[in-house]
Unconditional design. Structure first.
Length: 78
């Protein structure tokens, strides 16, 4: 199984809305960490240093096999 590492930055707003930026897809976790080090001090990113996320994914595998549910503000998942 070939794996990749995804580097995202997520900003969560007060109203619950999220702004997700895909920074890149990398061949190794080390490459993703290096990219994070490159962008972490750039405008916007430096204001939210905890917004970075590196996740490992398997190429060719579906990530959302069960579908999804969209909740409106104030709704709860039951």
């Amino acid at each position: 199984m070939e794996r990749v590492w995804i580097l995202d930055h997520v900003r969560e707003w007060d109203d619950g809305h999220e702004d997700v930026k895909l920074i890149g897809v990398f061949a190794s976790e080390k490459d993703a960490q290096s990219a994070l080090a490159t962008v972490r001090h750039k405008p916007g990113f430096c204001d939210l240093p905890d917004g970075f996320c590196i996740s490992e994914k398997v190429l060719g595998r579906i990530g959302w096999t069960d579908g999804y549910v969209t909740l409106q503000p104030g709704e709860e998942f039951t």
